[in-house]
Design a protein around this ligand. Sequence first.
Ligand code: RIB
Length: 307
Amino acid sequence: MNVTVVGSIMVDLVAHCGRYPARGETMAGESFAIVPGGKGANPAVACMRMGCAVTLVGSVGKDPFAEIALAFLAQSGVDTDRVYRTNSSRTGTAFIVIDASAENTILLMRGANDDLPVDVLERSSDRIAGADALLVQLEISLPVVERAMAIARRAGVPILLDPAPAQPIPDHFLALADFVTPNEQETKTLTGIDPLTPEAAAAAADALHRRGARQVIIKRGSKGCLVSAGGQRQNIEGIPVRPIDTVGAGDCFAGALISAWLETRDIFQACRFANVAAALKVQRSGAQSGVPLRKEVDEWLKTLPEN
Ligand code: RIB
């Protein structure tokens, strides 16, 4: 199974603290780490760990952070041949604060991620058109995302669009994708509906279908996810765990989802698999280092009643 991811590559500067500092306040944190991240690179690693071969198309600078990001990707087995190196910007950086409840707040400097030229993407069209699936998100420029989806669609390659981070997008973005996987905040941005209950999530999924989305998976954090596809709807319960780091949980979900779907062609089964992968991820630190191994997901999945 070959997956191509077109998306962002970041280095995450992560501080843990008991509570968020108030505006203007200076306070001591509890721990700090510099780890690889990015909404494109994170699911690329997740797909690798779930057993796919992965090409990542993205952009980094020519600075030491690029080495941190690329070294982990290479070590994970992700093909980074199509990663563009720009002279004009620094590698993308995310300033992340995680509080005692494992919730996170992120300030992004997208840097080099905004420098990925459409013509570099064209030169990678073989990897997009030749893949079994394409994964895209919204942490790089929208014309690049749109072009990647157009190349995949023309070649009949299934597309998963994770509309993250939250921002308005035109309807045809939703219509180009086979799977759309917003979290609660992104759902609210795209539909105006806060999917706090399964009923609200179903109403939001309907709104996304009306805008052109085919298969909608609304990620509801610890509450699980709502899957709306092929005229069927299923609410998959969250798995009770004690989270320590939720950064990249949605990215892990997306990577696990597409990997499982490629094997089973069953979106409901794939979402149950992704739900477990994300529940394992939130118990570990790091958007990439915290992604579980395939066998860990399989083993836990076997213990759940509905499987
Ligand atoms: O989705 C989590 C990711 O968002 C982090 O790794 C950070 O880099 C930001 O891009």
